[in-house]
Design a protein around this ligand. Structure first.
Ligand code: ADP
Ligand code: MG
Length: 715
């Protein structure tokens, strides 16, 4: 089935640096296709100034020319509705007048499109009869060609101006962060005109045989296996992680990287992950908005490329029970337009003070808005992953590492600023090896939010998630803390002999206030849960309750005062999240019931009837007499099977009744609670019976590929 092969050092498809960005309308291409005044207009437009219709026409014309030269026939606004996926509606570049074909695509088509909004989730922001929605070009993310279509990254709003997407609030949060961080940075540096967040997203995923995928209704409809007995071999041997990449996967990776590079996605790293059949790839970090666009595109590319290799890429957070799930580490930092990473450890006392100022702001931000940050990652898929001993737990805390923690502790005790070292030599006692440098922080895989040397890493984001919700909250929370920081410094300026001392006193207060959120220990330990509760941190696994933080007063204040989202828009988002929770479980439950009724139970009954016939045979009857009063093993097996079949049957009936009750509940909140409280436990119990049946019946009567088949097939 696979035609391509790649041998180590072989001659097949290889990454060529000159291909990078060849399908992207980036600055350099613009310079070739646009006049000076159009280029300037784009720069001003990026800063929020309107563009004249003439210049818009010129840009559209250049874009069409460039795109058609590259083989594009269609264009689309490419936007991010609240489904978590991207959306597109293609139009071709041509106009037909009286049988003649002319080239179309003008400035107004570039700037704005009007897709019907009625079939996207809006959380009640508009009813179906008010269908208008508008998409508008986001000039901060460059247009690109995907297939034969020119894609124009866009925001998406309703007829009355409500944000219906992720990009709109994301761009607003980036601007809020810029505005407030600039004031903080002005305390340390001159000449900084812009501060922006950077993001590098590590993407985990599974690769399985397309053939296996096709045979599993649960994977096809829900992205995860709803039943399946554990494979005798899982990840116990720890031999997959960073292991030699299988041949077919390597050839998949090679094609993926070339395609990604052509699209301007700077993929850099690839390796095997912890679970069998699990992999990861990561690009070099970029400006946050572009990094998120690229991650959305990458997820699509991963799936398409896999299919071309006879594979299926699973992005679900927990495709297989009992082994690691997949996440998406969000490596986040702040940069100035003058090239300073604000989270880099300083070499001079001034830079050192800058580092601790920024650190204290982020700690305070995460501490203050931990609940809504936690809510952003509370999705049905991630629910199966968080809290297991494999992924960051559901309790939000920040890991700083020994050196930084000690410095922070010292700072909170004394008013002197400790000097942090960036990297220190590490003695290996092996004279012939080069000197290694030790980072200022160790790794702690268990921490959800970790400082990793010169950036923070938010690890709790799910593998299939859109990163915007988490990043919007983080940006906004940091913007808020930054404003507060600057206000406090100004207010205290007169009390202290120097501005540095005033700053230091605010840093101390921020660090002391946010100290409950700092935790360097083992986040998987049972004691952490207790300790976290004592510290007043939220400890909740109840997704619908966690989601409520979207509409708590602190969140509303955070978003509304920065015009990132209005209270109405937040309510809408809260509703969309609840709705998706209920719908995801509705689909899972009904898929599970379908598989049980049409695949698992028939297989069990078939085997049971074989057993029953066997027991009726004269040979077994005489054996039974010999062995009495002890029961025949065949009889025991029959009974064991029967108890699970019975359990399944009752479970199915109960599940149906519960779902019916649920749909009669008047509010989406109550429905979500019912899912959490009633539907999930029934699904767990059904699964236990099903998995037990799977281990009792012959493999050949069972039509679903089993865990061991799926996890160890791709070589
Ligand atoms: P690890 O997390 O395993 O240490 P890396 O250090 O290679 O791996 O980084 C992981 C991701 O973090 C990469 O995407 C990398 O580009 C990104 N990253 C590095 N520096 C920054 C930064 N200043 N801002 C945002 N992301 C960064
Ligand atoms: Mg990492």
């Amino acid at each position: 089935m696979i035609t391509k092969t790649t041998r180590p050092n072989g001659t097949s498809t290889r990454l060529r640096p000159e291909q990078f960005g060849e399908l992207v309308f980036h600055r350099e291409v613009m310079r070739r296709y646009l006049s000076e005044s159009a280029l300037e207009a784009i720069t001003r437009w990026e800063r929020g100034e309107p563009i004249s219709p003439e210049l818009a026409d010129e840009i559209a014309n250049a874009l069409r020319q460039w795109a058609t030269e590259k083989g594009a026939t269609h264009y689309t606004h490419w936007f991010h509705p609240l489904t978590g996926l991207t959306a597109e509606k293609h139009e071709n570049f041509f106009e037909v007048y009286g049988g003649k074909v002319l080239s179309g695509f003008n400035g107004s088509e570039l700037l704005q499109q009007e897709p019907d909004a009625s079939s996207f989730p809006s959380g009640g922001l508009r009813s179906t009869f008010e269908a208008r929605g508008y998409t508008a070009w986001d000039p901060t993310s460059p247009p690109f060609i995907y297939g034969h279509t020119l894609c124009i990254p866009s925001v998406y709003v309703s007829y009355d101006g409500h944000a219906l997407d992720y990009k709109t609030p994301l761009l607003r949060s980036i601007e809020a962060l810029n505005q407030s961080m600039k004031k903080v940075v002005a305390l340390f540096y001159k000449g900084v005109e812009r501060v922006y967040p950077t993001l590098g997203i590590e993407q985990e995923f599974f690769l399985i045989e397309a053939e296996h995928f096709a045979k599993r209704l649960d994977l096809r409809l829900t992205g995860r296996t709803l039943i399946g007995a554990a494979s005798p071999r899982g990840q116990q041997l720890e031999d997959h992680y960073f292991g030699s990449i299988p041949e077919r996967v390597l050839s998949f990776y090679e094609e993926l990287e070339i395609e990604a590079w052509r699209l301007g996605i700077p993929l850099k790293t690839r390796h095997n992950e912890v679970a069998p059949a699990q992999y990861e790839c990561a690009p070099v970090f970029e400006e946050l908005n572009v990094a998120i666009d690229h991650n959305q595109l990458l997820m699509d590319l991963l799936q398409r490329t896999a299919r071309r290799h006879g594979l299926e890429c699973l992005l679900h957070e927990k495709p297989f029970a009992g082994i690691n799930g997949s996440g998406k580490h969000n490596n986040w930092s702040l940069s100035t337009d003058t090239g300073i990473n604000l989270l880099s450890v300083g070499k001079t006392p001034k830079e050192n003070l800058r580092f601790f100022s920024i650190l204290s702001i982020i700690l305070k931000a995460v501490y203050t808005h931990a609940d809504v940050l936690r809510a952003t990652i509370a999705t049905p898929g991630n629910e199966h992953r968080l809290g297991g001993n494999e992924a960051p737990p559901a309790i939000l805390s920040v890991f700083l590492g020994k050196a930084v923690s000690e410095a922070v502790e010292a700072l909170t005790r004394a008013s002197e600023l400790p000097q942090l070292k960036d990297k220190t030599p590490l003695s290996l006692l092996l004279p012939r090896l080069p000197h290694l440098l030790r980072d200022n922080t160790d790794r702690n895989r268990t921490a959800p939010f970790a400082f990793t040397g010169n950036k923070f890493e938010f690890r709790a984001v799910g593998a299939s998630a859109h990163c915007a919700p988490a990043m919007i909250v983080l940006n906004a929370a940091v913007a808020e803390a930054a404003e507060e920081f600057v206000r406090a410094v100004e207010a205290r300026r007169a009390e202290f002999p120097s501005r540095e001392k005033a700053i230091l006193s605010v840093v101390r207060d921020f660090l002391i206030e946010s100290s409950p959120i700092r935790f360097d220990g083992n986040n998987y330990a049972a004691e952490w849960r207790e300790e976290a509760e004592k510290r007043g941190l939220s400890v909740s696994f109840h997704v619908p309750k966690v989601l409520k933080s979207y509409i708590n007063p602190a969140t509303i204040q955070l978003f509304a005062s920065r015009r990132i989202l209005t209270e109405t828009e937040l309510h809408a988002r809260y509703e969309v999240r609840l709705e998706r929770y209920v719908k995801a479980y509705g689909i899972e439950l009904h898929t599970l019931l379908d598989i049980l009724r049409t695949q698992l139970l028939p297989a069990a009954l078939k085997y049971q009837s074989d057993l029953a016939k066997l027991l009726e045979s004269p040979a077994l009857k005489s054996l039974a007499m010999v062995q009495a009063p002890e029961k025949l093993s065949q009889q025991i097996l029959l009974e064991r099977l029967q108890s699970h079949i019975q359990g399944l049957w009752h479970g199915i009936e109960e599940a149906e009744a519960r779902w019916k009750d649920l749909t009669a509940l008047p509010s989406i909140e109550e429905q979500a609670d019912a899912v959490y409280e009633h539907i999930r436990p029934i699904m767990t119990s059904l699964r236990q019976h099903a998995d037990a049946v799977e281990t009792l019946i012959p493999a050949e009567v069972y039509s679903l590929p089993r865990y061991a088949d799926m996890l160890f097939a791709v070589r």
